[in-house]
Design a protein around this ligand. Structure first.
Ligand SMILES: NC(=O)c1ccc[n+]([C@@H]2O[C@H](COP(=O)([O-])OP(=O)(O)OC[C@H]3O[C@@H](n4cnc5c(N)ncnc54)[C@H](OP(=O)(O)O)[C@@H]3O)[C@@H](O)[C@H]2O)c1
Length: 432
């Protein structure tokens, strides 16, 4: 993750970062370019749909495999040891690294975020779920706290490397999870979250930018006056990541210069083991939940956080973009129900829509992956060695080539500049 100034990134080679209006106008190409744009859009869509179909078939196979007895199941994911029997499976594989000590998962109260937070907590991480609704957050905290820790409370790596003995493993500590309020639809809430985090003085090993909405039926704006999906999925996470990384880097410097001073700077409220604690040995990892759907649109939100940050800020902190799969959550179900055969509405073919919805609610569910499978893919992005995944895009559980626009540095610079302008936050180069 990186720090920047508007001069060096938002205005590269004299190319000024676009305003929101610039973006709007760029969505309406010149008449002569329309034919080419239409062809490009069709190819994008075809690519997206073909990947989606392959994934749906894989989901059917994975869901069928879930009906088998646990012992017979085989997962491709290296961190698929999401249950107690997984301890045995993990020993046969390359050892997994320990879970990060402190992790924040945005939208950790539902769907993929919940499953990811749960698996991290079961592995011994101190997990903070960042959620907008206190009631839903508390229910998730209770559910995660009730889930069984992995045997010994340690990662498969430590269990597999321990000397063979007949001694029983030490009792596992209960999952450590809590919630903090965060509404990504309000930049003020993002700032408040980051300040509250700074005051706690905790280190940050992992930030999972997971919360999101998908294609609301009507254009909706936030109280900041921005389109909701743009702000929740991208802009607020961009701000959150940079504020938190800024605080984390200050905390590390404070820890290096003496924990007491750092605690004083934090208003004396820092928690034990926080401000004076050692820096995360592997830096802070930021996992940005992306989607296969990034191919279908002209803007690559995930690339801004993943690709640029790693190119420009070296190996210390790292970012990974991950498509978690097409997953059976409220978000995916709402999307397919709302948009599937929407063209048939008001036509004689309208009954097809009802049939589609009936299919979705029944057999169609088999084409969507489970949140447990998604969590395995998320764990891969969260736990794999930095060198293997930093700055990369992952899909279907492996490193994958993103849309080529995601590798366009000028494009990323434009988006970066716009984020700086819209949030009013210019991450400072001295934090690097
Ligand atoms: N499901 C899929 O097939 C799929 C595919 C590709 C990518 N993804 C991505 O995966 C991520 C998780 O999606 P999901 O499928 O797990 O969906 P989900 O079950 O609907 O969960 C979405 C989470 O985001 C939170 N959220 C939404 N708006 C928020 C806001 N303004 N502030 C804070 N939190 C907010 C929700 O909180 P509330 O409970 O309060 O609403 C919820 O916790 C999303 O980024 C999505 O784009 C999903």
């Amino acid at each position: 993750m990186g720090d920047t100034s508007t001069d060096t990134r938002g205005s590269r080679k004299g190319h000024a970062a676009p305003s929101v209006d610039d973006l709007r106008s760029s969505e309406q190409p010149h008449a002569l370019a329309r034919g080419g744009a239409l062809l490009a859009a069709s190819l994008r869509l075809a690519h997206t749909v073909s990947e989606g179909c392959v994934e749906a078939l894989l989901n059917v196979a994975n869901n069928a495999a879930d009906l088998l007895p646990r012992q017979l199941r085989r997962r491709a994911e290296p961190y698929a040891d999401a249950d107690l029997t997984g301890q045995a499976r993990a020993r046969e594989r390359a050892p997994a690294p320990p879970a990060p000590q402190v992790a924040i998962v945005t939208g950790g109260n539902a769907g993929i975020g919940f499953a990811t937070a749960q698996q991290l907590a079961r592995r011994g991480a101190h997990v903070v779920i960042a959620c907008r609704d206190a009631g839903r957050a508390e229910a998730a905290v209770q559910a995660i706290a009730r889930s069984a820790p992995l045997v010994g409370g340690a990662s498969p790596a430590s269990s597999s490397s321990s000397s063979p003995s007949s001694r029983p493993p030490p009792p596992a500590p209960p999952p450590r999870v809590e919630a903090m309020p965060l509404d990504l639809g309000r930049l003020a809430s993002v700032r408040a979250f980051a300040e509250a985090w700074r005051d706690r003085g905790l280190p940050l090993h992992l930030l999972v930018c997971n919360a999101g909405v998908m294609a609301p039926l009507q254009r909706t704006t936030t109280e900041d006056g921005l389109e909701v999906q743009f702000q929740v999925n991208f802009l607020s996470h961009w701000l959150l990541a940079h504020l938190l990384l800024g605080h984390e880097r200050s905390r590390r410097r404070g820890a290096a210069g003496g924990g007491l001073r750092a605690r004083r700077r934090a208003g004396g409220r820092a928690e034990p083991g926080g401000a004076s604690g050692p820096p995360p040995p592997d830096g802070t990892r930021v996992v940005v939940v992306s989607s296969v759907v990034h191919r279908a649109g002209p803007l690559q939100w995930h690339d801004l956080l993943s690709e640029r940050s790693n190119r420009e800020h070296g190996p210390h902190d790292s970012a990974v973009a991950v498509h978690p799969g097409i997953v059976r959550t409220a978000l995916a179900n709402n999307f397919f129900r709302s948009y599937g055969l929407s063209w048939a509405e008001g036509t004689p073919l309208e009954p097809l829509r009802a049939a589609w919805r009936a299919f979705l609610d029944t057999a169609g569910q088999a084409m969507l992956g489970s949140t447990e499978h998604a969590a395995e893919r998320m764990l891969h992005a969260c736990l794999a060695p930095t060198a293997a995944v930093a700055g990369r895009y992952m899909s279907m559980g492996r490193l994958y080539t993103p849309d080529k626009a995601a590798d366009d540095p000028a494009y990323a610079a434009d988006l970066w500049g716009m984020a700086v302008r819209l949030t009013g936050h210019t991450p400072h180069a001295s934090l690097a």
